[in-house]
Design a protein around this ligand. Structure first.
Ligand code: SF4
Length: 295
């Protein structure tokens, strides 16, 4: 099924929303792990020159969502954020949506200490937060499947929240479910684009049934430049190079651009004799003696 955003918004406003007009407040916490911050930049409005798209601030205002913390948007310091997290874990603060960006880092040697928050492996904090959230949304292919950091040789021992590449498992294991009874909702993409992330969060808040595929991707996820009517991917025509398949669970392993390729050994021509001077500085000899010193 494909829904245009305007059509979807109309449906959402007609279907009594389970967090809006609700008995509980919608809150959002955004955590960034092994990430290049691509999803944060996309959802904060950096979609490219001339594009002033719908962004996270619009979403929060329109949907009446209270942002508990976002590492690139909140003025709250990480120390104060640690207090917010502690209150969530102590069940003193409701957490409706936990959005995780970036791969889960387990290195070195399974300790998780390559990526810490407030002195603890971030991985452990994420696991505990997942158990408090009504919904957990993996924003981007890294948090969904491990993405680029999990590609061999995977020096950071990265994985996704419920998958490592296309293998079920990841941080939480395949059987894990959120408090609302759903697996992690995988908004795959590298980066996932702002509209897809916002549409997915709106569906979640509306309590509409989310159809997830075998990789737990909702219907909102599709090739970013596909034609909505014919479902044809127009990436090559629109940007001049082919789609790299970044919504796939195997990305980037499935693409030769990220594979190490052994080039045939060729003898390189010797252009210059060794130690031959390229420029002779006036007053110096061939070994550079007598040249002015700029050190
Ligand atoms: S999925 Fe891509 S854009 Fe998102 S954090 Fe990973 S590398 Fe960056």
């Amino acid at each position: 099924m494909y829904l245009y955003w305007d059509q979807l918004k109309q449906e959402l406003s007609e279907q009594g929303q389970n967090f809006r007009g609700r008995d509980r407040e919608a809150t959002l916490l955004w955590m960034a792990c092994g990430s290049c911050n691509g999803e944060s930049m996309a959802i904060l409005g950096a979609e490219g020159p001339g594009k002033a798209g719908y962004n996270l601030l619009d979403f929060l205002e329109d949907e009446g969502v209270r942002l508990l913390w976002h590492p690139s948007l909140s003025e709250t310091s990480p120390r104060e954020a640690a207090t917010i997290i502690a209150r969530i874990l102590a069940a003193e603060e409701e957490l409706a949506m936990l959005c995780v960006e970036g791969s889960i880092i387990n290195g070195p040697h399974g300790s998780g200490m390559y990526d810490t928050f407030d002195g603890q492996p971030k991985r452990d904090i994420i696991r505990a937060l997942c158990d408090r959230a009504q919904y957990v949304i993996a924003m981007g292919t890294c948090s969904a499947f491990g993405g680029i950091p999990a590609a061999p040789p995977n020096p950071s021992e990265s994985c996704g929240l419920q998958f490592t590449n296309e293998q079920p498992g990841g941080l939480l294991g395949p059987e894990w479910r959120s408090r609302a009874g759903l697996p992690v909702i995988n908004v795959a993409g590298c980066p996932a684009d702002a509209q897809t992330m916002i549409k997915t969060m709106s569906l979640v808040l509306a309590g509409l049934p989310l159809e997830l595929d075998k990789f737990n991707r909702p219907l909102t996820v599709g090739p970013c430049l596909s034609d909505g009517i014919t479902k044809r991917c127009g990436t090559a025509q629109k940007v001049g190079y082919a789609c790299v398949g970044c919504i796939g669970a195997k990305f980037p392993l499935s693409k030769p651009m990220f594979r190490q390729v052994e080039l045939p050994q060729r003898e390189l021509p010797v252009l210059l004799p060794p130690r031959a001077p390229i420029f002779m500085i006036p007053g110096s000899d061939a070994a550079g003696n007598g040249a002015p010193c700029h050190g």
